[in-house]
Design a protein around this ligand. Structure first.
Ligand code: 2P0
Length: 344
């Protein structure tokens, strides 16, 4: 304890005099890959807006093949620079995140950031989750911060609430608190599942998640019920995962998803992310389950439908989806998404 305290004092003194001191031990580049995740029990609403403190817990699946890869290195000048296709809004968001985490870790170094997604951005496929998780992992590695998983998760949450879950792979729970962080609750090996992403809309969504959440909380008459019924869904989903009870996970996930969309649809003005094909696919998946195919749907803040299934059902579902008018394409992935980091 004493040594830690002295180290902190020395570090902060030196940081004032020699700004480069606290990363003399750092690497010159760090590259991180983090996966998108889909929530089965969803985060929709904030207890605190500035810090992305979620109003509720959530449970998610990491998507092995939907990834953001981000490299951080030192900028040559005294400004952060980007070698990316990030639009102005995303760039501002990344800059404000970097300023915040630099302040938290007493780092002044400006950075050069390169980042790319291997899937569509801003269409309800959790690109902010994989994006801020990859950026946090790269930041931690570049400056050799050696943060514990819970602290990395908290860092990622400052960028985007759902990013707190993408610092891990597998099944992850985000626990609400006044400094919320996520924990892994099951590995992909424990319960192999496939996820079929049915893309029904390639264009970016009309309203972003942050704004939509605030609008929902402020105007939907159902928002209070959403909050008060959430704990039951968390308990049920976690039990289903522990017991590998697919039917129970299916019922809980679809119920929670439809409840979330009910709060959005009843906001003023309404937030309707669904396309006709979104609804058609929901019916198709429910019909498949009724006839014995182990599959259920979930939909996030966008028009895409994510179909979770046992791997034995993947081909059947893909075949059935071909008949859906308005389906643009499918992306098939498995539960997974453990992050990876390299430094030099
Ligand atoms: C989720 N979503 O649990 C829910 C379900 C979308 C629907 O978390 O404001 O991009 O950056 O914390 O994390 C999307 O919201 O929002 C989201 P911010 P985020 O996955």
């Amino acid at each position: 304890m004493r040594v830690d305290r002295r180290w902190c004092i020395l570090r902060s003194l030196l940081n004032g005099v020699v700004p480069t001191f606290n990363y003399l031990m750092s690497n010159s580049t760090a590259t991180a890959s983090a996966a998108a995740n889909i929530a089965l029990v969803k985060y929709w609403g904030k207890a605190s807006i500035g810090n992305n403190q979620p109003a509720t817990g959530s449970v998610s699946l990491g998507l092995e093949d939907l990834r953001t890869t981000t490299t951080l290195e030192y900028a040559t000048g005294n400004q952060d620079t980007f070698d990316t296709e990030l639009d102005d809004k995303a760039r501002k968001r990344a800059l404000s995140f970097l300023d915040r985490v630099r302040l938290n870790h007493q780092i002044t170094q400006r950075l050069h950031m390169t980042t790319a997604n291997n899937f569509p951005t801003g269409t309800g496929l959790a690109s902010s989750a994989s994006g801020f998780a990859a950026l946090s992992l790269a930041f931690n590695a570049l400056f050799n911060l050696k943060l514990a998983g819970s602290d990395l998760s908290r860092m990622a949450r400052l960028g985007s609430g759902s990013a707190a879950r993408s610092v891990y792979g597998g099944v992850v729970e985000l626990i609400p608190s006044d400094d919320a962080y996520a924990i892994p609750i099951a590995t992909a090996e424990e319960w192999p599942l496939d996820v079929i992403v049915a893309v029904t809309e390639e264009r970016p969504k009309a309203i972003g998640s942050t704004e939509a959440m605030i609008q929902t909380a402020n105007t939907s008459p159902f928002y209070r019920s959403w909050l008060s019924s959430h704990a039951d869904d968390m308990t049920s989903a976690k039990q289903a995962i522990t017991e590998k009870d697919f039917g129970k996970l299916a019922d809980t996930s679809e119920h929670n998803c439809l409840k979330m969309h009910a709060t959005m649809i009843t906001s003023e003005p309404p937030i309707i992310y669904w396309q006709p094909a979104t609804v058609e696919i929901m019916h198709e998946v429910r019909a498949l389950r009724s006839s014995g195919t182990p599959a259920f749907f979930t939909i996030d803040a966008g028009a895409q439908v994510k179909i979770v299934c046992l791997p034995s059902a993947t081909d059947t579902i893909r075949q059935q989806l071909k008949a859906i008018t308005g389906l643009k394409r499918v992306i098939v992935t498995r539960l997974g998404g453990s992050p990876s980091v390299t430094t030099s």
